[in-house]
Design a protein around this ligand. Structure first.
Ligand code: CTP
Length: 429
């Protein structure tokens, strides 16, 4: 067991944004005369010395009431989830605090979501996935810093072990199988022998196959957002198999290299274009992972798992367009305007993935060239400029813009004046 003082020392070392919230919560707990705890992944990472900005709090009673008051003190945004007795407080700096009432869960039907009732901190910890995620620490006034570890989470943390809390854990929630792999690979831990044997049983019972598809989707995305997604998929295949996602799915031999090349390509992109929007690397991984499926199976799978429209569009666009893009971009002669027309309508993710997957050096060179030299090029003149030159609005506009753009992308003109001059030349002809 860890002493109060040691925990307080760890809390005092936290970045000020977290520290302030915890100490303000302590004051509020005193005023409200209520037990307040930090729990879950936050405590796990606090003990591991890993940075974690997702505060998870449970309150002995009326979590929503506590969250409402805390959000006022912090001048933060509050979202209540009345059905679950939980609330999320989001500060202006983006820091998020999940607050819940201590709860007890009942699983009326295996694999379905539980029925929730108010409970004690012990009940609340017992409903959790693994011992390392089932530790808590008081942050209410008198007991501030007191550690709660009923299931031996600290010992498992020291022994690098992922262990479930009870034998019904995977029946209650089979997505914990994916979570077990995720924590194991992320932390370089090992799934404990008994827990592993229950995962094998779960496999025989096809438990993951029975879970609602959108929940599987969310877990897979979480896997793909981790730093070692390939090892996670490989381990999941080893202890459960990946056929629960789709019977045609496999981990192709070169996927490890592809994932690694995606990382490198993204690093290249980010270092060259730090201002551009954040890339969805997970989406590139999944598009590569599912690439061997036929278009029809892929389309059905993405629908079945209810992927969001924008995500689905990009994954399918890669599947449908890659061969064509690769063929065109690997041609010996390709005018710059054509290169632009091919790549410009595609998302960054699809283009970068094409760069990674293509075996043609020509394609790779052209994709890099596109990003470095041409992607940012835009016309400065607009419709008003054409009107002011006496051109009537109509189909001619498009034709003129295309011509000016071609000249611009070929490096013949640069400034607004040069663009206007070029338009004048076109109309005089
Ligand atoms: N939890 C659980 N079973 C699940 C999901 C979550 O028991 N299927 C519990 C765990 O105690 C977990 C907490 O809810 O620690 C918060 O969930 P989540 O934010 O998903 O987990 P973290 O442990 O914070 O994971 P991460 O570090 O990936 O954010």
């Amino acid at each position: 067991m860890i002493k109060k003082d040691s925990i307080i020392k760890l809390l005092n070392k936290l970045p000020s944004q977290l520290h302030d919230i915890i100490f303000l919560s302590r004051e509020l707990a005193k005023k409200e005369k209520v037990g307040v705890y930090l729990v879950g992944g936050f405590i796990r990472d606090l003990l591991l010395g890993k940075e974690n900005f997702d505060l998870d709090m449970v309150i002995e009673k009326n979590g929503i009431g506590f969250a409402t008051k805390l959000s006022k003190i912090l001048n933060a945004h509050l979202v209540k989830h009345r059905a679950f007795g939980t609330a999320t407080v989001t500060k202006k700096d983006g820091l998020k605090i999940d607050i819940a009432t201590c709860r007890k869960e009942f699983y009326p039907n295996p694999t379905e979501l539980p029925i929730v009732r108010q409970g004690s901190i012990e009940d609340d910890l017992f409903r959790r996935d693994f011992t390392i995620n089932a530790m808590a620490c008081h942050i209410d006034f008198e007991k501030f810093g007191q550690f709660v570890d009923i299931f031996g989470g600290l010992r498992d943390l020291k022994d690098s072990r992922i262990r479930f809390l009870h034998e019904g854990s995977f029946v209650d929630d089979p997505t914990r199988i994916i979570r077990a792999v995720r924590f194991e690979q992320r932390l370089d831990f090992c799934i404990d022998t008994k827990t592993l044997s229950f995962i094998k049983q779960a496999k025989k019972m096809k438990l993951l196959e029975k879970v609602q598809k959108h929940r599987i989707r969310d877990e897979l995305i979480l896997v793909l957002k981790e730093r070692k997604p390939y090892s996670m998929l490989k381990r999941l295949k080893q202890i459960y198999s990946l056929s629960f996602i789709n019977k045609n799915i496999n981990l192709s031999k070169n996927l490890k290299r592809v994932f690694c090349d995606i990382d490198k390509a993204c690093m290249w992109f980010v270092s060259n274009f730090p201002q551009r929007r954040i890339l969805d690397i997970w989406l590139m991984y999944i598009a590569a992972f599912l690439y061997d499926l036929s278009p029809r199976v892929l389309f059905r799978l993405l629908n079945k798992y209810a992927f969001f429209r924008g995500d689905k569009k990009r994954i399918i666009s890669f599947k449908k367009e890659f061969r064509k893009i690769d063929k065109n971009l690997s041609m010996e002669r390709l005018p710059v305007i054509k290169l632009h027309n091919i790549l410009y309508p595609l998302s960054y993710e699809v283009i970068i993935l094409a760069l990674v997957i293509s075996e043609s050096q020509q394609t790779k060179k052209r994709v890099r060239e596109f990003f470095l030299k041409y992607h940012h090029k835009k016309l400065i003149i607009n419709g008003k400029d054409l009107l002011s030159l006496g051109i009537k609005a109509g189909p001619e506009f498009r034709e003129i813009f295309q011509k000016v753009f071609r000249a611009k992308i070929n490096g013949k003109i640069h400034t607004k004046e040069e663009e206007l001059e070029f338009v004048k030349q076109i109309i005089s002809r």
